[in-house]
Design a protein around this ligand. Sequence first.
Ligand code: NDP
Length: 339
Amino acid sequence: MAVNRQWLLAKRPSGMIGPDNFSYTESTVPEVQAGQVLVRNLYLSFDPTQRNWMVDRPGYLPPVAIGEPMRAGSVGQVIVSQHEDFTVGDMVQTTGCWQDYVVMAPGQGPMGLSKLPEGVSPEMMLSVLGITGLTAYFGLLDIGKPQAGETVLVSGAAGATGSVVGQIAKLKGCRVVGIAGGPEKCAWLKDAAGFDAVIDYKNDNVNEQIGIHCPNKWDVFFDNVGGSILEDALDHINLRSRVVLCGGISGYNATERVPGPANLMNLVTNRGRMEGFIILDYLPRAAEAAKDIMAWVASGDLIYKIDLQEGFENIPVTLQRLYTGHNLGKQLLKIADPE
Ligand code: NDP
């Protein structure tokens, strides 16, 4: 049988991750036991939080051990099945990791093992219907609780999560202002994704521009970035506003502990609320979000962009694209086509 190509975590990162954090190896294809299936990974998902899994500190999932295949979400095809609910050829979503083959069973790994719904492509399953789409949906609606007429500010706005947050906020009748890096991403947000205003944090004075584009301040801030952008945003908070703490990618590759915003007292004076969340807690409610998201995609009210890289050898450099802002949309990599 074929070999199982793998990228292992070789070295814990300090500063910006790079290909030298991983090592390539080839092993045998794992054996399948009763109740399990053998999946051939076809598409890998790249997620900023993978940088956090590489560090040996307590988190919401255990760190990846040195010498283990790097943890990653995937869509693949069942090659061997010893589970009655799965047949050879089924397309499935799971946590396949950076390797060709993985043995899985339902309920195993952070994402479990589930069949792709009829008509749903791997790209859609790993983006707008996957972790980033669900994160946008539940983070905005459950924690941000936007009301029609309110202003929603989104950082990391052109990314897989941020772009969906802004569009759902528009669907809920809000005015939406996005913060993203560079003219290309900002133009896409305004012209294609329908944001009301955009701020290019790489070229604009963010604090000043939030003031200009949120003349009545903001009511919900969906933060994917943290750092100075969070601090700038907090200078423009409305009374009884909500900050959805989704991520802090600006600090993921920092070598030292990142300082918090110096103006947290603005939450006190404005009776604001700031709340973090981890999307894994919402997975039992995924069907709720999927119903709305599929309807919005079908009606053309929700668009999504995929940045599809190819080739097993390009896996480590593809992860780096997220932290340099090179990804234009949800970062995926195709290993192979289904059979
Ligand atoms: P994206 O598709 O948004 O890609 C990451 C983007 O982050 C890049 O394209 C880049 O956009 C931006 N970025 C990178 N470095 C910086 C920086 N130093 N300052 C500002 N922006 C930066 O990824 P996702 O949609 O997958 O993730 C977005 C955020 O959501 C992350 O923080 C992630 O950890 C978080 N997340 C949280 C979840 C949860 O359960 N809480 C679940 C899923 C994601 P640009 O070119 O605009 O700089």
